[in-house]
Design a protein around this ligand. Structure first.
Ligand code: NA7
Length: 536
């Protein structure tokens, strides 16, 4: 911990991050009479929706679901304009929540946490920012987001490139105009799939560098239907409750069909896929009950999408290169607007890096497969060092000075997707072991924040100072997460869920699949007096 003249400010909770998680944690703590301070590295609240402002950035879960459900007046008053809200509207919503609940005076912006050490004698976290402020906190809540550290691959010679380099997750705040430009995009995940059709409309020429072909299902986005909005608002609480019963905490309006893809004729199967394709969104994966657990069923869904790609993309070689070969859903499914059709434009070219790997950069572009591709601007749509990247960049030390980098050497050990053995009174929101990656993340946040607040209330009621997961509970929990994943197709590809998108990152399945069972597990732990935890 650096020596500094600043005295440490005592707080009950230090909350790191002012995205949806940090905002709700602050509100909840205040309502419980706790002194809480949020610190946020950015110049505004909003988290993900502050940074990811590339063209086409929007949520892939329907707006009526991707919003807080804890306050009836809030959900009644707020009006979404589109079926899938775009980034500016989501950022306005985050700001509205901050204002509506009077949270601004508890948030310190432009303040990045540098480190936090657990002081066992005082039973407090001693934390400090990069700008020298210090806090002494009973509880440390990391609400820094599972997708908040952009992945900037170490491409050889990138520094030599003389054009502009942008990252989708760290997009400039002023408008970016690609008119008349030659643009290169590296990556074909959700961010790229949203950005590519819009960049293609503006740029003179667009070259997309694809490492792994991606599955995208249509969003069929459009203005929010007022009748639909009224119907949901007539019983918003019931709608939220039904969504919480779903595996992903969303999608109750289109629940999975309870029939195997292998139990119907090919004609019936196609008709059923087609019906959900017309509705759009993640519901396509619920066409049959076994798409995520049975590779043979999954392959039928994958082939359905590949047929769609071949029917959409005119050039057969490009269509074939765009056809993914891994199980559908194994990497996060993309929800698109005109992604595949964009490759029919004369100004768009796909470079398949599997056949022509990137060899290096030049001042004018990059060389792949022996060919130089020249462009004025390069967009890195290369995703995130997901779930662990942000935490591992902190000087975070638990009991006995143990560094988080050592504790997580072989992968992010955790208990209940929130706690870490040897790091008492620390809660990591929607991090590894949580269901965040597979759920409507706002639903996941609300559940975890409520659980954490309840846990602190229980400790206070019993006059206890600390709560700490045991190493055994941590090992058991991580094994549980991996056992659940092993029953699915999620281990059969190289996804960010596994850390496989980052060279050298330990391969460990991080998110838990199945929101309702997770909620029940957390409730059970609390009911039984926090089994798997030591209270002190
Ligand atoms: P993703 O989904 O991780 O996509 C990143 C893309 O960048 C993906 O196509 C990667 O290929 C590609 N990539 C990453 N590193 C490289 C290198 N070194 N060379 C070439 N291509 C590379 O990130 P997004 O931002 O699109 O979406 C993240 C989440 O945000 C998404 O899942 C939703 O939850 C919202 P790969 O597939 O790894 O071969």
């Amino acid at each position: 911990m650096p020596e500094t003249a600043n005295p440490a400010r005592p707080v009950d909770l230090l909350i790191v991050g002012a995205g949806f998680g940090g905002l709700y944690m602050l509100l909840k703590a205040r309502r419980q009479g706790l002194a809480a301070q949020v610190i946020e590295a950015a110049g505004s609240v909003g988290g993900t929706w502050y940074h990811n402002r590339y063209p086409g950035a929007r949520v892939d879960i329907e707006s009526m679901e991707y919003s807080f459900g804890f306050d009836e007046a809030l959900q009644q008053d707020w009006h979404w304009t589109e079926r899938y809200a775009a980034q500016p509207e989501l950022l306005r919503y985050a700001n509205h929540v901050a204002d509506r609940f009077g949270l601004r005076d508890g948030i310190r912006l432009n303040t990045r946490l540098a480190g936090a050490h657990f002081d066992a004698s005082a039973q407090r976290w001693q934390a400090w920012s990069e700008t020298g402020e210090r806090w002494s906190a009973r509880f440390l809540v990391l609400a820094a987001g599972p997708l908040s550290t952009p992945n900037r691959p170490d491409f050889p010679g990138l520094a030599d490139f003389r054009g502009r380099v942008l990252h989708t997750a760290d997009w400039p705040h002023e408008a970016v105009d690609f008119s008349g430009q030659r643009v290169g995009v590296i990556g074909t995940g959700s961010s790229a799939v949203q950005a590519i059709p819009l960049i293609a409309e503006q740029a003179a020429q667009l070259t997309v560098f694809q490492r792994t072909a991606t599955y995208a299902v249509p969003a069929h986005n459009g203005p929010l239907d007022p009748d639909f909005e009224a119907r949901i608002k007539a019983d918003y609480a019931g709608f939220r409750a039904r969504n919480r019963q779903m595996m992903g905490g969303f999608g109750s309006l289109l629940p999975p069909n309870r029939i195997s893809a292998l139990a119907v004729s090919p004609e019936q199967r196609d008709a059923m896929f087609e019906q959900r394709w017309r509705i759009g969104g993640f519901g396509v994966l619920g066409t049959f009950s076994d798409l995520i657990v049975n590779p043979a069923a999954n392959e039928l869904a994958g082939e359905f999408v590949r047929r769609k790609i071949r029917a959409t993309v005119h050039d057969p070689a490009t269509a074939e290169a765009l056809c993914p070969r891994h199980p559908i859903g194994c990497k996060r499914l993309c929800v698109d607007t005109g992604y595949y059709a964009t490759y029919n434009r004369p100004n768009v070219r796909l470079v398949d890096l599997a056949a022509a790997p990137i060899e290096g950069f030049t001042p004018a572009g990059l060389v792949a497969g022996g060919e130089e591709h020249r462009f004025d601007s390069l967009v890195l749509a290369t995703g995130f060092d997901a779930m662990t990247g942000t935490v591992l960049r902190l000087d975070l030390r638990g009991r006995g000075g143990e560094r988080i980098q050592d504790h997580w050497k072989a992968g992010p050990l955790n208990c209940l997707g929130m706690a870490i053995a040897g790091f008492p009174n620390l809660f990591n929101l929607v991090g590894p072991g949580s269901t965040s990656a597979f759920t409507n993340v706002i639903v996941a946040i609300e559940h975890q924040v409520d659980w954490i607040a309840g846990c602190i209330a229980d400790l206070d009621a019993q006059g206890l100072a600390t709560i700490e997961a045991t190493p055994q509970a941590e090992a058991d929990y991580v094994a549980h997460v991996n056992t659940v994943a092993a029953r699915t197709i999620y281990l059969n590809c190289n996804s960010w869920y596994l850390g496989a998108n980052i060279a050298g990152k330990p391969r460990m399945f991080m998110p838990l699949f199945g929101f309702p069972a997770y909620v029940e597990k957390c409730a059970e732990v609390a009911r039984q007096g926090y089994t798997g935890f030591v209270l002190g």
